[in-house]
Design a protein around this ligand. Structure first.
Ligand code: ARG
Length: 458
């Protein structure tokens, strides 16, 4: 194979060491930007023609050549080469080979420095739209599961100790709220991703009469960057995306952890669908919750990616530095992992079997109606602190005797407070406890139904 001269090779006498080519090339990673690179180049070429920097005939040849290259790539016929470092130069080299002189004009008034960040912005803009939809789908599945189990009561926990009964649907919808905020965060980040950097050149702008607003219109960017140095230097849009992704994974991994816990023998609240579990090669009885475990596990990678890019950016002098090439792996892997994990979480939900009786029995146990008894006394004029003390003493008795509050006779209860009457028993059921928590955002069925209506599933 004859070694072609580098596209930037004019000032070099010596050849690049083979080991350096391998070390500096990013084509195996950034090839995935080919569509965005071509879209950006087409818009750039059309602008160059409009500004009479190239002729319209040349621009047409460039556009046709680029579209042909896109087909070659999509049909697997394109030969990527590490000698050409990255996707930008692979495509440019091929364009020149295909159309000659006109191809050599494409890179006029442009640098790979503004080109690469344009590609990343186009790429992220597209992927963030897909992630936003995936978050919406997961929210819908959570809402549907909540609707299916509207009547189911479970123990609510604080400190992983049984605390107060709650509707299972209310618990599920807590996650829907988290994923809604995640969607808002992505949408907000998108405003800052969606800014055109092209035209910054290498760092200082260009002497040629370009029209950046025209390129922005062609590519659907509502804004253009206002400082060429900033445009090629910063990656805060990518950092923000990784931060938003990391928070998605905080939420996903908590949901995953609860699925693991609930499907354990100890909890026994749910059974995960067979299709989303695996067995053990040694222990015949095992059914392992690998999917939620892996979602939980992948969160570590995503947090690492955020840390990696923060560290990469910290202390970099302005403007472009080659270090910035290392932004791609973390961003690409975060995109893939967020999408795959959201998909898995969405898929697993409809197949989950809820063991209603087991949850209901758990909701009865654990003296979780102690607060309700205190509230009962408050409604009969006892100050909350004294009520808390009275109920504390009743709880101690229950613990000593291994009984529930509602298993004590009225006579026994009255010994602690004469304010307690027969109607206390209907007050102490989990159903009543849940029904009464009607404060805005509380677990009462009316509130939950209202939320489901707002989410469009009721
Ligand atoms: N592959 C490079 C990157 O990802 C493109 C920009 C290279 N610019 C340069 N002056 N070497 O950052």
């Amino acid at each position: 194979m004859v070694k072609e001269k580098k596209l930037w090779g004019g000032r070099f006498a010596g050849r690049t060491a083979g080991s350096v080519e391998a070390f500096t090339a990013s084509i195996d990673v950034d090839a995935r930007l080919y569509r965005h690179d071509i879209a950006g180049s087409i818009a750039h070429a059309r602008m160059l023609a409009k500004q009479r920097i190239v002729s319209s005939r040349e621009a047409r040849r460039i556009v046709r050549g680029l579209l042909a290259i896109q087909r070659e790539i999509e049909e697997g016929k394109f030969r990527f080469s590490t000698a050409d470092e990255d996707i930008h130069m692979n495509i440019e080299r091929r364009l020149i080979a295909k159309i000659g002189k006109a191809g050599e004009k494409l890179h006029t008034a442009r640098s790979r420095n503004d080109q690469v960040t344009l590609d990343m912005r186009l790429y992220l803009r597209e992927e963030m739209g897909i992630i936003g939809e995936a978050l919406g789908n997961l929210r819908q599945e959570l809402a549907r599961a909540a609707r299916r189990h509207l009547k189911v009561i479970m123990p609510g926990y604080t400190h992983l100790q049984r605390a107060q009964p709650v509707l299972f649907s209310h618990h599920l919808l807590a996650y829907a709220e988290m994923f809604e905020r995640d969607g808002e965060r992505m949408a907000d980040c998108l405003k800052r991703v969606n800014v055109l950097p092209l035209g910054a050149g290498a760092l200082a702008g260009t002497t040629l009469p370009i029209d950046r607003s025209y390129v922005a219109r062609l590519l659907g960017f509502p804004r253009i960057s206002k400082n060429s140095i900033d445009a090629v230097s910063d990656r805060d849009f990518a950092l923000e995306f990784l931060a938003a992704s990391a928070i998605v994974f905080v939420h996903l991994s908590r949901l995953a952890e609860e699925l693991v816990l609930w499907s354990s023998w100890e909890f026994g609240f749910i059974e995960l669908p067979d299709g989303y579990c695996t067995g053990s090669s040694m222990m015949p009885q095992k059914k392992n919750p690998d999917v939620p475990e892996l979602i939980r596990g992948k969160s570590g990678r995503i947090f690492g990616h955020l840390q990696a890019l923060l560290t990469l950016m910290k202390g970099l002098p302005l403007a472009y530095n080659r270090d910035l090439q290392e932004d791609k792996r973390p961003v690409f892997d975060a995109v893939d992992t967020v999408k795959a994990s959201l998909q898995m979480a969405t898929e697993i939900l409809p197949g989950i079997k809820v063991k209603t009786e087991r949850m209901a029995a758990a909701a009865l146990d654990g003296l979780m109606n102690a607060t309700d008894l205190a509230d009962y006394l408050v409604s009969r004029g006892v100050p909350f602190r004294s009520a808390h003390g009275v109920v504390g003493a009743i709880v101690r008795l229950c613990l000593d005797r291994g009984r529930r509050i509602e298993e004590l006779s009225l006579k026994e209860l009255k010994r602690f407070s004469p304010k307690i009457e027969k109607d206390v028993y209907s007050y102490l059921t989990p159903q009543a406890a849940v029904e009464r928590r009607r404060s805005a955002g509380g677990t009462a069925p009316g509130n939950v139904r209202q939320r489901l209506r707002e989410m469009g599933v009721l």
